[in-house]
Unconditional design. Structure first.
Length: 170
């Protein structure tokens, strides 16, 4: 599964086109895209021709968590990306992460998932196959809980802001 919102440029920027093309290599596996607008759904449907991809509207937090818990693999195939909160949420829910080697995504995943080249549906499909049989589910969850806990991020953010305020007063 993957999560993204918007339409047009978002399809390429978030690697949704790569995701749905990779789905064509796994016709027996169900793929899920959550969060697109109606226009985004139309744009994405132009990128593929397979029956195993479901495209859903935005979901509530509870619905999204349910989707994560039912998914085995979470793909964040962005051309550029910062931290990746959706990625962390998916890892927390037990998904094996698959991300591009761009931005901070590899920093979030560490060794708990797969890194793939950007815009490469074949490498993505191969990594999905590997992730589907992976035993790294617990590793991803442990990584998020130990390194990226919400409370820890909040404390780090507060410390950083205090340092900035202190530096600006000098």
């Amino acid at each position: 599964m993957t999560v993204a919102s918007g339409s047009g440029n978002v399809i390429k920027l978030k690697g949704l086109d790569t995701f749905v093309k990779a789905a064509g290599y796994h016709p027996q596996t169900r793929f899920l895209v959550v969060g697109l607008t109606q226009e985004g759904k139309k744009d994405l449907r132009l990128c593929f021709d397979s029956d195993n991809v479901q495209i859903c509207d935005r979901a509530s937090q509870a619905e999204l968590i349910g989707c994560h818990q039912r998914a085995k693999v979470y793909c964040q195939l962005s051309n550029r990306e910062s931290f990746g909160v959706a990625l962390a949420e998916a890892m927390e829910s037990g998904c094996v992460p698959e991300v591009t080697n761009r931005g901070a995504l590899s920093e979030v995943v560490g060794i708990t998932g797969c890194l793939v080249p950007c815009n490469d549906p074949i490498s993505t499909a191969n990594a999905i196959e590997k992730a589907l049989s992976s035993e790294k589910v617990g590793d991803a969850r442990k990584r998020i809980r130990s390194i990226f806990r919400k409370e820890l991020r909040e404390a780090n953010m507060i410390d950083s802001l205090k340092n900035l305020v202190g530096a600006s007063r000098k």
